[in-house]
Write a new protein. Sequence first.
Length: 419
Amino acid sequence: MVNLRFMGGTQEVGRNAVLVETNGSNVLLDYGVKIGDKPQFPGHIRAKDVDGIIVSHAHLDHSGGVPQFYLRGEKPLFATSVTTGLMRILIRDMIKLSGYYLPFDNIEFGRMLKQSRDLAYGEKVKMKNIEFNLLDAGHIPGSAMVELTTGGKRVLYTGDMNTDTTRLCQGAKIPRKRFDAIVIESTYANKDHPDRKKLELEFVDAIKTVIHDKGKVLVPAFAVGRSQEMLSIMYSHKLKAKRVVDGMARAVNRVYMENPNFMRTPKSFAKTINSTHEMTGWRDRRNAIRRSDVIVAPSGMLQGGTAMFYTEKLALREENAIFLVSFQVPGTGGAKLMETGFFTIKEMDVEVKAKVRHFDFSSHCGRSSLEAFIRGVKGKPDVYIVHGEPENCESLAQWARDELDVNATAPNEGDEFTV
């Protein structure tokens, strides 16, 4: 018997969790958090009902709730070394910012880290009656799909994935084995992304135009993955500009540098980081406003972080530019800026004079890629669609039923299915 229990990340983006239950053991695939005024976690799972935890990647919507399984007792935590390194940064920061609302503290977080087992891609692990290995998911460095076998059944959990090659990652490949079930994300199931090469050229040309006109460019970007991707694009296109990076992205840079085997072009990435000036304090930041050409800083949605400081300093001059390179969740500072042209500075809504543009750099599959992935999986697996807005989950499930004649479902929280 193999049972899939969907505890979070269903009909939504955030707080992913799937419990794989068998006759001999149970393994938890991700246990994330949805960050808001008050953190939201997946449905409750008793720690004693979990024999081990596999984290697909370090983004908090997949990893942020894991420490609560270490209030007492021990259980192995499996992930790549990059994911473990990034979890150290992200979860520690979450505890610092939201500790009052969390069911765990640094003590449980420390216990969790002591139980972590770093895995390479393809390294096989046997845990009681379950065998599994991690495959490159192409989403961010160290991100993984989970291939899991138990009771004669094979299940694929994609986590977040991208089949397009980026500056940091090789695109995910469709595994060549037959699967009985796949659990797949659907973040962009209703949208295709623009051609990557053209988008890179547009981005770099737009920066050149601003610099030529004596302006400065702020690139608000996620600390994990997107900041490094933007810096790598500028370096690869030989952009002649003084580039600086700030915020949590600096610590992420170090994790990537320490794990070259998980980078697509480690030598080029090292040159990228070594040619970029890292901010180390407020004097540095004030100098950067005067002397740099391009500033890359979190947060990617202008909801805090050092990007807020730079926005205040650059937004009111029309020769400058703010280039948003991430999805902007409705209600965030970045979404407000895109929609209205206004930004809140010192508790006042101010009209932004700087040029504002959005570039759709995504680390997720678009619609065509998701459909091609499902179509390419051998056998006739049951398909479970998660990690998307309700219309995205439902439409991809409907497509799979209509086009491939497979059992395809967009589960709700708490739904259980036998493979």
